[in-house]
Design a protein around this ligand. Sequence first.
Ligand code: NAD
Ligand code: GLY
Length: 368
Amino acid sequence: MAVIRVELAGRAYDVRVGAGLLADCAKQCAPLLRKTDVPIVTDVNVSHHWRETVTASLVEAGFKPHFLVLDPGEAAKSWSGLEGVVEWLLGKGVERGDHIVALGGGVIGDLTGFAASVLKRGCGFIQIPTTLLAQVDSSVGGKTAINSKQGKNLIGAFHQPALVLADTGALTTLPRREMLAGYAEVIKYGILGDPEFFAWCEDNGASVVDGDADALVRAVEQSVAAKARIVAEDERETSGTRALLNLGHTFGHALEAETGFSSALLHGEGVALGMVLAARYSARIGNISTADAERVTAAIASSGLRSEISELALSCSGSELAAHMLHDKKMDAGTLPFVLLKGIGKAYLDKNVAMDDVAEFLSEQLAR
Ligand code: NAD
Ligand code: GLY
C-alpha cells in the first residue's frame, strides 16, 4: 500500500492506494470511528459488487454498517438527493464528531461530501472511491457539490475528507467505458505537469485501461501525488495552480453541453477530446509544435479514447460550440481562462484567448 499525504495545515489527510483496501477497510478506518454504528452512502451498482466485502470487514471488527443505497447516476446530485442523504444521516443520529463513509464514484463522493459539510455545521467523512475517476480526481481535494438547473456542480463546499481509501482492486468490476473516462484524468496529470509520466502513459495507457494490476497502482499513485501537490499549494483555486486541473475541461464542457450532458459523452470522454483541442489550439497560436500536439492526440487515441471531435458527428457549428463555453462556470469577471500548453508537461492559464479565433478553430476541427 502507498500512502500519499495531502498536506493542508490542520486538515492534512492520507490517501492510501493499493489492491485489497476494501477488505481491510475496518482496520484502515477504525481510528476515525467513535461508534459501533457506521453510516455508509453508496449506489446500487457498488453495493451489488462490494457491499459484502465492506460489511464482512466491519462486522468482523465489531462495527455495525448501515447502508443508504441510492440509484446510480448524476441525478442523485440534486437538492432532493441531498435532502434524502441528510435526513437519513440525521435519522441515524450522526453527530459532528462522527465520520460518514462515501463508498462509490464521484457522484456518491460529491453528494456525501456536501451532505457532510452541512450536517451539524460540518461533520467528518471518509472517501472510499470505486471508479478510476474518483480515485485519481474527485475523492482528493475536498470539492463537494450538487447540480442546479443552471448547471453542474454550482452548489457546493470545500470540505476535505479525513481519509481516502483507493482500492485499485475495486476497479475490476468497473465497466470498460468508465475505466476509459477515468483514464483521461490520469493522462491529464502528465500532459499538464509531468512529461515523464506522460511518456509512461504513452507506453502503459492501454494496460491501465485493461486493468493490469501493477499499471493501475502506478497510475493511481502518480495521479494522486500530483493532485495532492496541487491541492496543498492552492486548496481553494485562488492562485491559478489548481485551475490547471481544468486542462481539457473548457473545450470538453462545450462538447458535453452540445450533447446535453448525457450518456452520449461521459465527462472524461469530453475531457480527453478537450485536451486534444487544447493541445492543437496551443499549436495554432505557436506555443507548441504540431508534432507535440499530435503526440498528445496519439497518446489519447492509443488508450482507446476518442480523439477527433468529428467522431461525435455533431451537427453544430464552431461558433455554437464556442458559445457553450461562455456558460462555463470557470467564467471569471467576463473573461474565460483557458488552460493551454507551452510544452508537454507545461500547462498555463491563458486569459487572452480570442473567442472568434476559437470558433474558427472549432469549425476546422469539426470538419477534420
Ligand atoms: P459515477 O459516480 O456516476 O460512477 C460511474 C458509474 O460506475 C455508476 O454507474 C456507478 O454506479 C458505477 N460504479 C462505480 N464504482 C463501480 C465499481 N467498482 N464497479 C462497477 N460499477 C461501479 O461517476 P464518476 O465518473 O465516478 O464521477 C463523476 C462525478 O464526479 C460527476 O458528478 C462529476 O461532477 C464529479 N467530479 C467531481 C470532482 C471533484 O473534484 N469533486 C472531480 C471530477 C468529477
Ligand atoms: N477536479 C478539479 C479539482 O479538483 O480542482
